[in-house]
Write a protein that binds this ligand. Sequence first.
Ligand code: NAD
Ligand code: UDP
Length: 322
Amino acid sequence: MRVVVAGGSGFLGSHLCEALLRRGDSVCCLDDFSSGPAANTDPLLRTSGFERLPCDVTAPFQVTGDVDAVVHLASPASPYDYQRHPLRTLAAGSRGTENLLELALRHRARFVLASTSEVYGDPQVHPQDEDYWGHVSPVGPRSVYDEAKRFAEALTMAYRRAEGADAGIVRIFNTYGPRMRAHDGRVVSTFVRQALAGEPLTVFGDGSQTRSFCYVDDLVDGLVAMLGTDLPGPFNLGNPSERTVLELADLVRRIIGSDAELRHLPLPVDDPVRRRPVIARARAALGWTPRVPLEVGLRRTVGWFAARPDEAGREGAWFLPA
Ligand code: NAD
Ligand code: UDP
């Protein structure tokens, strides 16, 4: 297969590119390097079958040659990033999705949209299965991301129904691992960076809110499985093992052997209180199940950050000016 990976130089995208190349696919990575450094995929430029096309998928772009599949990962993804770049985020979900669906349709290629657990908003149903319609503020600070992804899902289903596109959706829950940006503001990268530096861990609110953390390798397995079907989904992809933010802070400190303090800061507006995926559908239809326990994945992540002190010291939180 020749797979176009939009957002392929990002955290998830670079791991996906590697997995596809490992199994013998060719990969065309599209990225504007706005939140994923080129360094993530520079080493792949020496791998046969890999090419990289610097471009913004919300503007016209051209991919030449065969295309068998398109994966759309190109969007600001952390709350820190998307709230600083609201218009880019809305464009990535709308124009970016449309451009990539058109590319897939022209080639009769498989299309997979990387949607998110954020389509469930601050859920009033727990845990969340795919039939839940969500509880999203259309005007709050997170809406640029949540609504962009909801629109992207609607667009994907419209192309499938009206145009016969072989398009499907996965809803990704909080995923962590090597190559997260140290300053992306997400909780795992932030706690690991702070604990390694001996700084206080910034807990928003009282830390009783929950998330369910999936290791990146597991998530990539799910994306690859989705590429291999013609199913529409949506499928939740995530690890159902649910933790409070305080539990995560304790685990990170224990792994690092840190006695860093906790610093409580105000809870951000509309921060979801609880989040845990039901993954029965992905298990049954994709034969997919996450395998890496949180402690194992965190140890790998800590090891990666610990080996890159420069990364953690880098002040820039965003590669483009806000
Ligand atoms: P990331 O920021 O590391 O990756 C996004 C990549 O897309 C970056 O390389 C960025 O430069 C690129 N990009 C952004 N806008 C672009 C544009 N207009 N044109 C071309 N390239 C563009 O984030 P990630 O965590 O790897 O997330 C990847 C995708 O998965 C995103 O769509 C995100 O919404 C989704 N997702 C991720 C998670 C998670 O926990 N990591 C959870 C839910 C959904
Ligand atoms: N969080 C925190 N301290 C931080 C960053 C995040 O307590 O320094 C909390 C945040 O309020 C949320 C959870 O951790 O409840 C997960 O946040 P993240 O930004 O990683 O992902 P999302 O909110 O998109 O699930």
